[in-house]
Write a protein that binds this ligand. Structure first.
Ligand code: HEC
Ligand code: HEC
Ligand code: HEC
Length: 452
């Protein structure tokens, strides 16, 4: 009897291992390039480019009075949500937001929209096409994450730490808090990015106040987890944290200096500091490059792992209560993660503020339009980028009010409601909004200097 059971186990184990090995080899046997060609042709064959393109070819009925107008509206919404024709040319470099969007429409079966399917039968993904898409999405995501773990999720937990040089971190932290970087010794990075409170500016400041009480045009995003963003600033004008740190000191309404030479000259009066920079940056010493590099190194430690949500998806099923779990599901099922993707729940793409409707036309009259409202266009000069903003990360969002690039919203509920209205074209129930905000509050993570 015992022997038979053992045999059954052995055969079962072999079967399981065999399947795993077979699947592993089979996967590897489709090279990435071929997988991408398949994905491209699936998108093409299912008419995805008809609507998700900046220069779509109009179908024959586009000129019909009613259908034509409806179609035009759909096309406008479609391309504002996601452009696919140009994106499909560069799938090898697809980012997390594109992956999250495609995954969403495959899993939720949303595309093409119903009106289109009624006219064009057979334009939904079949089972085999879905499998190719999901396989590609997951392997590309694993490539970005450097791991298979969580490659099936549009949002992922934050690692406990990132590799850094502790001596540079320590120096960078002091630089971050050093008011000598500002023209009149009054402002440091920490004046606007309050590390104890969430890394953003004071709650009562819609936009930041810099040197001499001058006020800037946008709300200060948090520095926590900024390291996970693909680019820095609302309009992406800095490629990384080092490049970003060079900006505020010579911004006339932030720290007020004319040039970095002035700043470096001022800091060089401190002999001990000069010596320390020479030790840590041999051959370079204290320069703009080394100061900003030290600050960026420090910012890599400003990450907030172990939020209750992170504990939950890593396996602690008691870390979230029932309503919070429902809120998490609602966040995914309503497509929030299609834009708020990745470890930081955002920071992976530039999206239009208003896929549906017109946020700017309906905004509070007290807020004057300024150049910052142009978003990404202000950096690229491309008219297509008008009013596209880097999607803010939602980590610690309970601590970073007011919300949006213009700081127009004090209340998280209202911000979420606006997202439903302008990004998803949905009128949500109060209960749905409550659930999602309950969930968003579970994204507050841990950092030794965070006092909340
Ligand atoms: C007839 C126009 C049309 C076609 C064809 C179409 N879409 Fe869409 N798509 C839209 C519109 C409009 C939206 C905006 C959301 C909405 O109204 O549901 C959208 C939204 C999306 C989204 C955002 C999330 C979502 O699912 O709502 C994705 C991803 C997407 N489309 C992918 C595709 C893919 C892939 C195809 C090809 C199978 C496709 N679309 C075909 C019109 C279209
Ligand atoms: C006067 C207030 C002020 C000061 C001083 C200041 N910042 Fe900022 N910071 C802001 C504002 C406002 C933005 C958003 C600007 C934009 O996107 O155009 C910002 C953006 C950032 C971002 C980008 C985050 C993201 O998600 O895009 C980082 C990182 C950052 N600041 C770090 C620093 C560092 C480092 C210093 C010191 C060298 C500094 N800040 C000084 C107000 C300030
Ligand atoms: C089409 C992309 C897109 C979708 C879908 C989307 N968002 Fe956003 N979200 C953005 C962008 C872009 C901003 C910044 C807008 C601005 O500052 O003007 C933003 C801002 C926010 C903010 C404010 C954060 C801050 O720090 O200022 C919250 C909260 C938020 N979104 C939650 C959600 C929720 C919840 C959902 C789903 C109901 C959602 N978003 C769906 C793109 C999107």
């Amino acid at each position: 009897m015992k022997k038979t059971v053992l045999w059954i186990f052995a055969v079962l184990a072999l079967a399981v291992a065999g399947t795993a090995i077979y699947r592993f080899c089979f996967r590897k046997s489709i090279p990435e390039a071929e997988q991408i060609v398949q994905v491209q042709s699936i998108l093409q064959q299912n008419s995805c480019f008809v609507c998700h393109s900046f220069e779509p070819e109009k179908p024959f009925y586009a000129s019909f009075p009613v259908i034509g107008k409806t179609m035009e509206k759909h096309m406008r919404h479609a391309v504002r949500f996601v452009e696919l024709e140009e994106a499909s040319e560069d799938l090898a470099n697809a980012g997390e937001a594109l992956l999250a969007k495609l995954e969403y429409c495959v899993l939720e079966n949303t595309m093409p929209i119903i009106e289109y399917k009624m006219v064009h039968w057979g334009t939904s993904f079949n089972k085999a096409e879905k499998a190719v898409l999901t396989d590609w999405i997951r392997s590309r995501r694993a490539e970005i994450l450097g791991s298979e773990e969580f490659a099936d999720m549009p949002v992922q937990p934050i690692p406990a730490s990132l590799p850094t040089d502790p001596a540079k971190v320590d120096l960078g932290k002091r630089m971050f808090n050093d008011t000598r970087i500002s023209l009149d010794n009054t402002i440091s990075c920490a004046s606007c990015h309050i590390i104890e409170d969430g890394g953003a500016d004071h709650e009562d400041e819609r936009t930041s106040e810099g040197i001499n009480g001058l006020v800037g045009g946008v709300n200060a995003p948090t520095v926590y987890n900024a390291v996970f963003n693909i680019q820095q600033f609302w309009n992406g004008r800095a490629a990384d944290l080092k490049e970003q740190a060079a900006g505020p000191p010579v911004n006339p309404v932030e720290m007020g200096d004319q040039t970095w030479d002035d700043i470096v000259a001022r800091l060089r009066k401190d002999a001990a500091l000069v010596k320390e920079f020479e030790q840590l940056f041999p051959g370079e010493g204290l320069t703009q490059s080394s100061v900003t590099e030290a600050i960026a190194e420090y910012e890599k430690t400003l990450i907030t792992p172990d939020s209750r949500f992170d504990l939950y998806i890593k396996g602690d099923r008691n870390a979230l209560n029932e309503d919070e779990v429902k809120g998490y599901k609602a966040f995914i099922e309503n497509g929030c993660a299609a834009c708020h993707a990745g470890k930081n729940f955002g920071g992976q793409s530039f999206e239009y503020m208003s896929v549906f409707g017109n946020y700017f036309a309906e905004r509070d009259d007290d807020i004057q339009r300024n150049a910052d409202d142009d978003g990404l266009m202000g950096f690229t000069g491309n008219p297509r980028d008008l009013e596209r903003f880097k999607v803010p990360g939602l980590r610690n969002v309970a601590l970073t009010a007011p919300y949006f690039h213009d700081g127009s919203e004090d209340d998280m509920d209202d911000a979420v409601e606006k997202m439903f209205e302008y990004q998803l074209g949905v009128d949500p129930s109060d209960k749905l909004v409550d659930r999602i905000t309950d969930f968003l509050k579970t994204l507050t993570g841990k950092h030794p200097d965070l006092k909340k």
